[in-house]
Design a protein around this ligand. Structure first.
Ligand code: ATP
Length: 389
């Protein structure tokens, strides 16, 4: 059900709350995010400022939604770059068609983004809703989505493809995105499940600070409810098994998707690969045997050419594998993931990172020893052991 007053939209698409409040863990993770008092909101009834734009203003800003302003296209809309009369760069998502589904996405996005603010979440600047036109205005992210930095972009000449992200940047992106998600799960009130965590929904600002975006599929979780049963939305390759099969959605579905995203970030492999013969392989299936055999270096993006911190890589991959466990109950909470990743990020500064390619080929011959030797079970206990080493 959508309440169509967009300054107090309430959204509820066919939830069936399955109450299991007993034993629900509570986390005290807090981010330090001062709101900017210098901004004068047009809407003072909201905790966070956003504006109701006029159509004229957004037409002017985007040069009448000119094709040359197009940033990209998603399932529900096309996104355009624009500049406001005050000189601010914006991204405007224009809904393609006024279907009930599209309007639902619009309402959810505006509702959720209007109530959250965090350095790692894409900020809502405002919206326009009139006639058949639905427009959402965001901060413009000059470094586009993480996806464009990990995989070659179709139709883009090789000279214009992004340079590979260096290791320090990848770790910082992992930590930032985890913090944004932890805020949604543990701090936002009510808690929010994103439901579509993937590389194209992590945008990068001018300093490559990651911003989790695209809340069109998000769910608000009433207090005391551990999961909801709902129609499956999201993207193949990132879906937690219990969600894909039974539509059971909880914060741990996001944790699973985040695990897939971490593996993608480290390896630059697609979450779902088509093997010769048409068989599809998930990134977790690709990574698991390498993790079991402790072949950490083989998990790294070849374009890094060995320039990564091997210990840090191992910690990030371990965190990813914990997140992407098929048993939802065994997955860590995002607050724990943040802790694991922060620990890995603090281990070394970028300057200390030395190429390990030579070292990895040297260790190849002795790698087999690891299979029977010092391998520990990969669980939270093993992560704690790693941390203590
Ligand atoms: N604030 C922004 N700044 C810069 N680029 C953006 C911004 N918001 C979206 N984009 C770009 O616009 C394109 C379309 O985004 P959109 O969120 O509509 O779809 P998507 O995430 O690519 O696909 P899907 O609909 O499956 O989620 C993406 O390439 C994205 O990188």
């Amino acid at each position: 059900m959508i309440n169509r007053c967009f300054c107090c939209v309430s959204v509820d698409d066919e939830p069936e709350p399955a109450a299991a409040p007993a034993g629900r863990r509570r986390y005290t993770y807090r981010h330090q995010e001062p709101t900017n008092p210098s901004r004068t909101p047009k809407n003072r009834s909201m905790e966070y400022p956003w504006e109701i734009y006029s159509l004229k203003e957004l037409l002017q800003a985007t040069n009448n939604f000119n094709d040359s302003n197009k940033l990209g296209e998603g399932g529900f809309g096309t996104v355009y770059w624009g500049r406001t009369s005050k000189g601010v760069e914006i991204a405007v998502k224009r809904l393609k068609a006024m279907t009930a589904k599209a309007e639902m996405e619009f309402a959810i996005e505006v509702e959720i983004l209007g109530r959250v603010r965090h350095k790692n979440l894409l900020s809502l600047r405002g919206f326009y809703a009139g006639g058949d036109e639905r427009l959402i205005v965001y901060d413009y992210m000059p470094n586009h989505s993480l996806l464009t930095h990990l995989h070659p972009q179709r139709g883009v000449p090789s000279s214009q493809q992004h340079q590979p992200l260096d290791w320090a940047r990848r770790v910082a992106i992992a930590i930032g995105a985890a913090e944004g998600l932890a805020y949604l799960h543990h701090e936002a009130n009510p808690h929010i499940i994103h439901r579509d965590i993937k590389a194209s929904n992590v945008l990068l600002d001018a300093d490559f600070v990651p911003k989790v975006a695209d809340f069109g599929f998000a769910k608000l979780i009433p207090d005391g409810v551990s999961h909801l049963t709902t129609r499956v939305k999201g993207t193949l390759g990132y879906l937690a098994p219990e969600y894909a099969m039974w539509g059971k959605v909880s914060e741990s579905c996001d944790v699973y998707s985040f695990g897939v995203l971490l593996l993608e970030l480290v390896s630059a492999r697609r979450p779902l690969e088509k093997l010769p013969g048409g068989v599809k392989r998930e990134i977790v299936q690709w990574a698991a045997p390498l993790v079991e055999r402790r072949k950490w270096e083989r998990l790294a993006d070849p374009r890094l050419a060995g320039r990564f911190d091997a210990q840090q890589l191992r910690t990030v991959v371990e965190a990813a594998m914990l997140c992407a466990q098929s048993d939802a109950e065994s997955r860590p909470a995002m607050a724990e993931v943040v802790e694991m990743l922060r620990f890995s990020g603090e281990r070394r500064t970028a300057k200390e990172i030395v190429p390990v390619a030579a070292a990895s080929s040297e260790t190849e011959a002795t790698d087999l020893d690891d299979v029977t030797g010092s391998s520990e079970p990969l669980d939270r206990r093993s992560w704690k052991l790693t941390k203590l080493r």
